[in-house]
Write a protein that binds this ligand. Structure first.
Ligand code: XCC
Ligand code: SF4
Length: 625
């Protein structure tokens, strides 16, 4: 492959496993995201600032000194707001369609349409059903599941005035949303309305469009994603703390290595079952391997790690590099964050890419469609393919670059409350006493525009030093895990107060709470704390951050966090800076409206300072030292 510009590999990633694989990539003549980014820079300024509109064929139009409005008369503010609206609608659609797949799974189990999936956490099923006002007295498990699935389906339609889990939101916040007209109604409805509003000739008032961005994203946070998390716990078990391992070193040279990549545990859970099938293990041994090794990538990796301690090979920017080890027999994917380049890179090795969802097919990959009635059978088929691939592996091309790092995972809210002895009181006391000064959820992705994981790791390190508890999800899990922050011993790196609490509870200063849909665990935790204290979420000494974000989903998450009252840091802005109105609203105006706004800061050390100041203000407003 042609290489126009060479990489400075030391500047690409903070990790030696990544650097070694980038060196091997160059030796093997492979292009990665870092190489392709070079070819794409400098980026188009119109696109970057959000002032390019392609919403009709009188255009495309772009705003410049020469032309301050498009053909229809839309100015930069309208165009930017519309583009951002469609951007977050894409993210909300991703999470919520994943949620819908979970509801369909619950529905299929409840109606006896599958033997491959069951209810693993009946207690949680009943608890959530009761929480949502579903009659459970003397009712059979499957009947409760039927009613809960039906209730969740309703959350996607147009018959509700508000989503079911709004019952979790503190009253002050609910009133505020009502007043602003942003109480989310139906998941699909808000997304469709966003598409409608942004059609030429509809919502041509940027602040008004932005309000609907908040509403659409709130639907994601309090329905689409939250439903995905809760059903995943019901079907596959609510996570409990346990140990796991992380980085490319989790691959095994003498095993058949299978990686799961994507988001929905409906596929990865069955692969986990299949790799433990004695017949398949025997087959792997027959082919000369010592066994079958399963590892995760990105969010479905988080799901398997949270529930079963399956090791994590890497985050977003490691997904190409894992193939370059030459030791990956097969990567099975469902949807979201799967670079199309994986197919091209795999073709240079013996690695097979298998897709499973009709809505996410990749040219050149093998498609094995997973459905509720055949999940296990398909999983076994895929594992058999991986074993066959092992015989094609070229040992001379194998390089597994590092030893894995230990981590602790499995912190669902249920597990956190158990660890605290049954209530949130000890946590609240620690916050009041200033031992834990506040909490920050660091979430999201990698982006080759940054030195890989530099901001993710350094922000976490700086915050824990300041006695701020960090909650990690998504691709930040792997980052903080590799940095050694996800083990109880990392308390040594924390400030004295946080270190003391970590020591007492035997927990790390950075707590792993799951995948990206599981950011709703953090949302729920904030709501529980606020309700317990009788205040609004925006009064809590908490913040959110996505330092190295890239996706539409991450923007939707940031937006629902802000709309829920959580101050949110991003390493770089979305493509909105071409509009003063939208930028000012995002960076300050929203603070007056919803009690939170965005902070943009690429430097993790400065970001930590600013987040710390905000937390300090919140503490003072609550009368805490
Ligand atoms: Fe994707 Fe969820 Fe981002 Fe990672 S953190 S790159 S969105 S896998 Ni969600
Ligand atoms: Fe141009 Fe307006 Fe059409 Fe957008 S909607 S492409 S600004 S004419």
């Amino acid at each position: 492959m042609a290489k126009e510009k060479t990489l400075n590999i030391q500047e690409c990633s903070i990790w030696t496993d990544a650097q070694k694989m980038l060196e091997k990539a160059e030796r093997d003549g492979i292009e990665t995201a870092w190489h392709r980014l070079k070819q794409q820079t400098p980026h188009c300024n119109f696109g970057e600032t959000g002032v390019c509109c392609r919403n009709c064929t009188m255009g495309p139009c772009r705003i410049s000194k020469k032309a301050s409005v498009g053909v229809c008369g839309a100015d930069a503010n309208v165009i930017v707001a519309r583009n951002f609206g469609r951007f977050v609608a894409g993210g909300a659609a991703g999470h919520s369609d994943h949620g819908r797949d979970c509801i369909e799974a619950l529905h299929a189990v409840a109606h006896g349409q599958t033997k491959d999936y069951t209810i693993k956490d009946e207690k949680k099923l009943f608890r959530i059903a009761r929480e949502l006002g579903i009659e459970t007295e003397e009712k059979d498990v499957l009947d409760v599941a039927k009613d809960l699935a039906a209730e969740f389906f309703e959350n996607y339609g147009s018959t509700k005035n508000q989503l079911s889990f709004i019952c979790r939101v503190p009253e002050a916040r609910r009133k505020l949303w009502d007043k602003l007209g942003i109480t989310p109604r139906g998941m699909d409805r808000e997304i469709a309305e966003m598409m409608h509003r942004t059609h030429m000739g509809c919502d041509n008032d940027a602040p008004n469009t932005l309000l609907h961005c908040l509403r659409t994203c709130l639907a994601d946070g309090w329905a689409g994603s939250m439903i995905a998390t809760e059903i995943s716990d019901i079907l596959f078990g609510t996570p409990r703390p346990h140990k796991a391992k992380v980085n490319l070193g989790v691959l095994k040279e003498d095993h058949v290595n299978i990686l799961v990549h994507g988001h929905n545990p409906i596929v990865s859970e069955k692969i986990l079952e299949a790799v433990n099938d004695p017949e398949l293990i025997a087959l792997a041994k027959e082919k000369g391997a010592k066994g079958i090794n399963l590892a995760g990538l990105c969010c479905t990796g988080n799901e398997l790690m949270m529930r079963h301690g399956i090791p994590m090979a890497g985050n977003h920017l490691m997904t190409e590099l894992v193939i370059i080890t030459g030791a990956a027999e097969l990567i099975i994917v469902d949807y979201q964050c799967i670079m199309p380049s994986l197919v091209q890179i795999a073709s240079c090795y013996h690695t097979k890419i298998v897709t499973t969802a009709d809505k996410a097919r990749f040219t050149g990959a093998e498609h094995v469609k997973f459905e509720m009635h055949n999940g296990l059978e398909q999983a076994k088929k895929v594992v058999r393919m991986a074993i066959e691939r092992y015989t094609l592996r070229n040992p001379d091309r194998v390089e597994i670059p590092s030893d894995p790092v230990d981590i602790m995972t499995g912190f669902s809210n249920e597990a956190i409350i158990d660890a605290l002895g049954g209530s949130l009181t000890p946590l609240i006391d620690a916050i009041k006493a200033g031992k834990i000064r506040g909490a920050v959820g660091i979430v999201g992705c990698n982006n080759p525009k940054y030195k890989h994981d530099y901001c993710n790791v350094n922000l976490a390190k700086e915050l824990i030093k300041k006695d701020i508890l960090v909650l990690a999800t998504g691709c930040v899990t792997t980052a903080t895990g590799k940095a050694g922050l996800l083990v109880p011993e990392a308390k040594e790196l924390a400030g004295p107060g946080l270190a003391e609490i970590c020591g007492l509870l035997g927990i790390p200063p950075v707590i792993h709470m799951g995948s990206c849909v599981d950011n709703t665990r953090i949302l729920q935790l904030c709501a529980l704390l606020a309700n317990e204290l009788g205040i609004d979420i925006s009064d809590l000494p908490v913040a959110a951050s996505s330092p190295e974000w890239y996706s539409e989903k991450a923007a939707a998450i940031g937006t629902y966090a802000v709309a829920s009252g959580i101050y949110t840091h991003l390493g770089h802005p979305p493509n909105i800076t071409g509009s003063e109105v939208v930028t000012n609203l995002a960076l300050s105006g929203l603070d007056d409206l919803v009690g939170a706004c965005f902070l943009i800061e690429p430097d993790p050390f400065k970001a930590a300072e600013k987040i710390d100041q905000r937390i300090q203000q919140k503490r003072e407003a609550l009368g805490l030292k």
